[in-house]
Design a protein around this ligand. Structure first.
Ligand code: PEP
Ligand code: MG
Length: 603
C-alpha cells in the first residue's frame, strides 16, 4: 500500500536551488541475459554480425543525437564522441567479437563478460573521475544490450508535463533526449559530485540531488517532492507546513541568486577598494562558455590532461595547438593559464600504460612523468608557446614542482623548445610568463627560492592538503581528516603568499577551497591575489568579496593563525560569516564545510 506520511531522503546536493513538484519515476527493467553456446562457425559469424550491426545502430543514434543537441547543451556533444569511442574500444568491441568467435558465447553473454572485465580494471584504480567513466561505459553497453534484445525505446522521452525526474542513473545520452524544459529537478540513486548529471544540471541551473541510494524505491510516480539541491534533502510527500516553508525559501533563494548573477560580469572589489581577480578552472575548451557567462576574468587553471585522457590515441601537436589557441582567442584579453600534463596517479590514459606502483600519488606522475618522456612534454610545450603568439595572454604553469633542481630542468626544456621554434621560424610568445603550482610541502619550504625563479605561483590546495596532512584525497575512510582549515595548511598558504610578494610575484589559489564562498574571508585575509574556481561558484564568491573589507579579513586571519585546531577556526569562521553575510549563510548553511571530527573508537 502507498505510504502517505512525509519522509526524507538524504543525498548529495550537486546543483543549487529548490524545486517542488510531482515525481516522474523512471525505472528501467533489467535485461535478461541468456547463456548458451554456439557450436558451429556459421552461427558464430552470424552472432558477430548481429553485434556489429547493433554497435553501428547505436553509433548512428549517438551521431543523430549529437546533431540534434540543444544549443545550451552543445558542450556535451563531445561526450557523445566519447561514447562512440567507447563503443569501438578494443577492450569492449574486439573482446566481445573474440568471445563469440573463439569461445562460442552468445552475444549478450559475451558482452556481459566483457563488461565485467572492464569493471574489474576500473575498480582496481581508486578514483572518482574513473568511476564516472565507468558509468559511461555502463550506459553505452546497456544501450547496445537493449538494442540486441529489442528494448531500445527511450522512456526518458515520455516525460510530458513538468515534473521532478527520479531515476537510478542518467547518462548524457539519456539527458540530451530529455525535454529538459519539463525537468524541474533531478533525483538520482547513483552519482557523485563529478558525475555528468551534476555537470549538466549545474550548467542548466536545474536543482539536483544524487547518491540518494533509494530514491527509485521510496518514491512512487506522482508523489509530491521537495528537492533541495544545496543541502541534498529530498522530502517525499511533504505536509502543508513543510511545503509552505519551502515555497517561501524557494522564492527568496531564487531572487537572491538572480541578483547575484546579474552582478557577476562586474569586477570583484572589496568595500575598502581592493580588487581580487576571479578566474575559472576548466578541463575542456567547451567549459569556457560557462566560465565567461558567470563572469570569469581569465582561466586560472586549464587542466590539459583531460584532453589527453578521453581518447584512445595520442593527440597531435596541431590538435593541441588549435585547442589552446582557441581558448586564448576566446578569453583574450584575459589571461589563460595552461598547466602542463598532470597525468599519472589517478589520472590515467589508455595510450600511456604505467607500471604498477605501490604509492602512485607519490610516484611517477605529473612533471616527473613528463621528464621521463621529454618528447611528449616538448610537444605540449611547443603547442602552448605557439598558442600565445601575438595574443600574449597565455601563461605556462608546471604542476607538482618539488624544488629548485626540478624547476631548473623544466626551464631548460622550455628554453630548448623555444630555440627549436626559433630555428624553424615558427611564431610563439617569447616572453610567456612561466609559473608553478605550489602543491607539495617541500615547495612551500623553499617558496622564497622558487619565487625568485618564476613569474607567478598558484597554490593547489587539493594536493597540498593531501601531502601536508598525509590524507589521501580520494580515500573515504580518512575524508573527515581532509581539513582545509587545518592550521598547518593556513600557515603554509601564508608563508607562500609572503614569499611571493617579497619577490614581487602574484599568487593565485586554484584548489577547491577557492570555490567555497564561505572561505572568502580567509583567502582575502591571507592576501591571495587571484581566486580560480569551478565556474558555478564565481557569482557567489564575487558577491562575498564585494561585501568584505580586506582590513577586517586580515584582522580575522591574524587571530585565526593563533588558533590551534581546524574546529576552532571553523567555529570562528561560521560566526563571522553568519554575522557578515547573513543572507548567504541562511541560504547555504546546510552546505557549510564542517571539519570532520577525529574519530576515537573505544574498544
Ligand atoms: C590542486 O591540487 O589543488 C589542483 C588544483 O590540481 P588538481 O586538483 O588537478 O590536482
Ligand atoms: Mg594538484
Amino acid at each position: 500500500m502507498k505510504k502517505v506520511k512525509q519522509t526524507k531522503l538524504k543525498g548529495i546536493g550537486v546543483s543549487q536551488g529548490i524545486a517542488i513538484g510531482k515525481a516522474f519515476v523512471v525505472k528501467r527493467g533489467r535485461i535478461s541475459i541468456p547463456y548458451y553456446l554456439l557450436w558451429n562457425e556459421e552461427a558464430r559469424e552470424e552472432e558477430c554480425r548481429r553485434f556489429e550491426e547493433a554497435v553501428r545502430e547505436v553509433e548512428n543514434e549517438f551521431l543523430k543525437l549529437k546533431q540534434s543537441i540543444r544549443s545550451d547543451l552543445q558542450e556535451y556533444a563531445s561526450l557523445l564522441d566519447v561514447y562512440c569511442m567507447i563503443l569501438r574500444d578494443h577492450l569492449i568491441y574486439d573482446e566481445t567479437l573474440r568471445l563469440i568467435r573463439h569461445k562460442g558465447l552468445n552475444v549478450l553473454w559475451a558482452l556481459n563478460v566483457t563488461m565485467e572485465k572492464v569493471r574489474k580494471i576500473f575498480e582496481s584504480v581508486d578514483d572518482t573521475c574513473l568511476l564516472d567513466r565507468m558509468s559511461d561505459v555502463g550506459s553505452v553497453v546497456d544501450r547496445v544490450m537493449r538494442r540486441l534484445s529489442g528494448q531500445h525505446q527511450s522512456i526518458f522521452s515520455t516525460i510530458t508535463e513538468r515534473a521532478i525526474l527520479v531515476t537510478h542513473d542518467l547518462s548524457p545520452a539519456d539527458a540530451v533526449q530529455l525535454q529538459l524544459e519539463k525537468v524541474m529537478a533531478f533525483v538520482l540513486d547513483m552519482g557523485g559530485r563529478t558525475s555528468h548529471t551534476a555537470i549538466i544540471a549545474s550548467s542548466l541551473d536545474i536543482p539536483a540531488v544524487v547518491a540518494t541510494e533509494r530514491a527509485t524505491k521510496e518514491i512512487c510516480p506522482g508523489d509530491l517532492l521537495i528537492v533541495d539541491g544545496t543541502s541534498g534533502d529530498v522530502i517525499i510527500r511533504p505536509d502543508e507546513s513543510t511545503i509552505q516553508e519551502y515555497v517561501e525559501l524557494q522564492f527568496s533563494l531564487e531572487s537572491y541568486l538572480r541578483e547575484i548573477s546579474r552582478q557577476a560580469p562586474h569586477l570583484a572589489i572589496t568595500k575598502d577598494g581592493h580588487r581580487i581577480r576571479v578566474e575559472a578552472n576548466v578541463e575542456l575548451l567547451e567549459d569556457v562558455v560557462l566560465a565567461k557567462d558567470n563572469g570569469a576574468e581569465g582561466i586560472g587553471l586549464y587542466r590539459t590532461e583531460f584532453a589527453f585522457m578521453n581518447r584512445e590515441d595520442f593527440p597531435t601537436e596541431e590538435e593541441l595547438y588549435q585547442d589552446y589557441r582557441q581558448m586564448a582567442e576566446l578569453m583574450a584579453p584575459h589571461s589563460v593559464t595552461i598547466r602542463t600534463l598532470d597525468i599519472g596517479a589517478e589520472k590515467l590514459s589508455p595510450w600511456l600504460p604505467l607500471p604498477p606502483e605501490t604509492n602512485p600519488a607519490l610516484g611517477l606522475r605529473s612533471v616527473r612523468l613528463c621528464l621521463k618522456y621529454p618528447e611528449i612534454f616538448k610537444m605540449q610545450l611547443r603547442a602552448i608557446l605557439r598558442a600565445g603568439a601575438g595574443l600574449k595572454n597565455v601563461r605556462l604553469m608546471f604542476p607538482l614542482v618539488s624544488g629548485i633542481g626540478e624547476l631548473r630542468v623544466l626551464k631548460v626544456l622550455v628554453r630548448e623548445t623555444k630555440e627549436e621554434l626559433q630555428r624553424k621560424r615558427i611564431p610563439f610568445d617569447e616572453d610567456m610568463p612561466v609559473g608553478i603550482m605550489v602543491e607539495v610541502p617541500s615547495a612551500v619550504a623553499v617558496a622564497d627560492l622558487l619565487a625568485s625563479e618564476v613569474d607567478f605561483f598558484s597554490i593547489g590546495t587539493n594536493d597540498l592538503i593531501q601531502y601536508t596532512l598525509a590524507v589521501d584525497r580520494h580515500n573515504e575512510y580518512v575524508a573527515h581528516m581532509f581539513e582545509s582549515l587545518h592550521p598547518a595548511l593556513l600557515r603554509m598558504i601564508k608563508f607562500t603568499v609572503d614569499a611571493a610578494h617579497k619577490a614581487g610575484i602574484p599568487v593565485s589559489l586554484c584548489g577547491e577551497m577557492s570555490g567555497e564562498p564561505f572561505y572568502v574571508p580567509v583567502l582575502l585575509g591571507l592576501d591571495v591575489d587571484v581566486l580560480s574556481m569551478n565556474a558555478q561558484s564565481i557569482p557567489r564568491v564575487k558577491n562575498l568579496i564585494r561585501r568584505s573589507s580586506r582590513v577586517e579579513c586580515r584582522k580575522f586571519v591574524e587571530n585565526m593563525l593563533l588558533m590551534k585546531t581546524a574546529s576552532d577556526i571553523n567555529r570562528a569562521l561560521k560566526e563571522l560569516v553568519a554575522c557578515q553575510f547573513p543572507e548567504e549563510y541562511n541560504f547555504f548553511k546546510s552546505g557549510f564545510p564542517d571539519p570532520g571530527e577525529i574519530i576515537y573508537e573505544k574498544r
